[in-house]
Design a protein around this ligand. Structure first.
Ligand SMILES: Cc1cc2nc3c(=O)[nH]c(=O)nc-3n(C[C@H](O)[C@H](O)[C@H](O)COP(=O)(O)OP(=O)(O)OC[C@H]3O[C@@H](n4cnc5c(N)ncnc54)[C@H](O)[C@@H]3O)c2cc1C
Length: 406
């Protein structure tokens, strides 16, 4: 069986590995000269256990995120080897209730505890499911003196320890790239812009263009993992969304914390348009602050191809303003001099989600992220991962679905 995968981001690469594992031959198309060069490496790498989604009290988003989170490390260990250093994790995140939170500190605390109970149930009887970390302890409320030593008490109403971690997506990508290149069943077609998929007799034909040459290849199955390019190719197969969607361009910054400076806590500020600090033991630090890091919206089927690494002066503006905004909540960051961070990176990508209004609106559908996954039309499968967290989980689901056709 020969399967085309459209898109060499994390979702496409995971699908390729999952299909290769089931004995299928895979051709992976990507328009860039390297796979894993877009959103897959421009995110903050948080492997969501569901704590983030207090805006979905039905817990449906939390339920699906924890399934993805618990499948993530086992999938990577299976394909990349148990000793992989590409899965070094951040310091676990404290969830911090911002003074302008859309939910009270009590409501957030209740939500975190409900999510924790679901995680315990979902992980019972499984070993090393979440990066080998102990996830059995319920979220712990910080005392006010603990909170006041790490956060500005005017901005942080309450803080709770959680076991949630991030991985470094750049480190993971470099190991994945090697695994894909070495895989005897996976052929990568770099520089191929996919323009359509047609159903011809019992086969699916993928049309792509490279350097002005149009090429058509026939396959038994096609998997669309194009992320921001997904809806356009779905439309060529007659799959049209029945609801509004929003593409948001979001950046984040990363740098190695200079020696001598106090390492900030990993923290996720909830609930609303706030941001995160992701702090790694090796001093890699990632910051994002929503009002400073959002730089574009599109409701087009095909959104503009925005820069992963923004040009100057936008780069410096995002870097300095994000550090300044975060310093108002995490005072220890005041010692970070934006002009003196030799490896500072500003990087970003599109967030694709169902919804019409931004997250400033408490009623926005963007607060619910569970309507994601695989839509199949006969032998054509379109995967909306929703989050990096979900890519391995949906890859295995999709490969199992295709293998059932053998
Ligand atoms: C700033 C930011 C922070 C984020 N943080 C997190 C987080 O902490 N945790 C989390 O779980 N998720 C996070 N996300 C979301 C996560 O990054 C995405 O859900 C995920 O990376 C998308 O899947 P992908 O990696 O396959 O996408 P991409 O890497 O974008 O892969 C799609 C590929 O398709 C290719 N392509 C597109 N159109 C075409 C075409 N027509 N022809 C050929 N090739 C094409 C592109 O070149 C690209 O390589 C974040 C996103 C952003 C932007």
């Amino acid at each position: 069986m020969r399967v085309a995968i459209l898109g060499g981001g994390l979702q496409g690469c995971c699908a390729a590995l999952a299909l290769g594992e089931r004995g299928m031959d895979v051709v992976l198309f990507d328009r860039n000269d390297a796979i894993l060069s877009r959103t897959a490496v421009a995110n903050e790498g948080k492997i969501h256990l569901g704590y983030m989604y207090a805006g979905d009290p039905s817990l449906s988003t939390a339920r699906i995120m924890m399934k993805g989170a618990l499948a993530f490390a086992p999938f990577m260990h299976r394909h990349l080897g148990i000793e992989t250093h590409a899965l070094a994790t951040s310091v676990p995140a404290a969830y911090v209730v911002h003074r302008d939170s859309q939910h009270s500190a009590q409501a957030v605390e209740d939500y975190l505890r409900d999510v924790h109970e679901l995680i315990v149930k979902a992980s019972t009887g499984r070993e090393f499911d979440y990066f080998g970390l102990d996830i059995s302890a319920p979220p712990r409320a910080w005392t006010s003196s603990e909170r006041d030593t790490r956060f500005n008490p005017d901005a942080a109403l309450a803080a709770f320890d959680t076991p949630e971690v991030a991985i470094n997506p750049v480190a993971l990508a470099s190991v994945l790239r090697r695994a894909i290149a070495d895989h005897r069943r996976i052929e990568v077609r770099h520089g191929h812009q996919v323009s359509k998929v047609d159903s011809v007799d019992d086969r699916l034909c993928v049309t792509s263009e490279k350097a002005g040459f149009v090429q058509v290849d026939a396959f038994d199955h096609v998997v669309n993992a194009l992320w921001d390019g997904r809806l356009a190719i779905d439309a060529t197969m007659g799959l049209k969304p029945t609801r509004p969607w929003l593409h948001r361009l979001k950046y984040g910054i990363s740098f190695t914390l200079p020696d001598g400076l106090e390492r900030p806590p990993s923290a996720t500020f909830v609930s609303g348009p706030f941001g995160e600090v992701v702090s790694y033991p090796d001093r890699l630090t990632y910051l994002t602050w929503y009002p400073e890091c959002i730089h574009g919206y599109s409701t087009e089927v095909t959104p503009p191809v925005w820069d992963t690494f923004p040009p100057e002066p936008l780069r410096t503006k995002i870097l300095t303003r994000t550090i300044a905004a975060m310093t108002e909540i995490v005072p220890s960051l005041a010692a970070v001099d934006a002009a003196n961070l030799p490896d500072a990176l500003v990087k970003g990508g599109l967030i694709v989600a169902w919804g019409e209004t931004d997250i400033y609106d408490t009623n926005s559908e963007l607060h619910q992220r569970y309507q994601i996954g695989i839509t199949s039309k006969d032998k054509y499968h379109s995967i909306d991962p929703g989050k990096l967290t979900m890519a391995p989980y949906f890859a295995d689901q999709c490969a199992t679905r295709i293998a059932g056709d053998v």
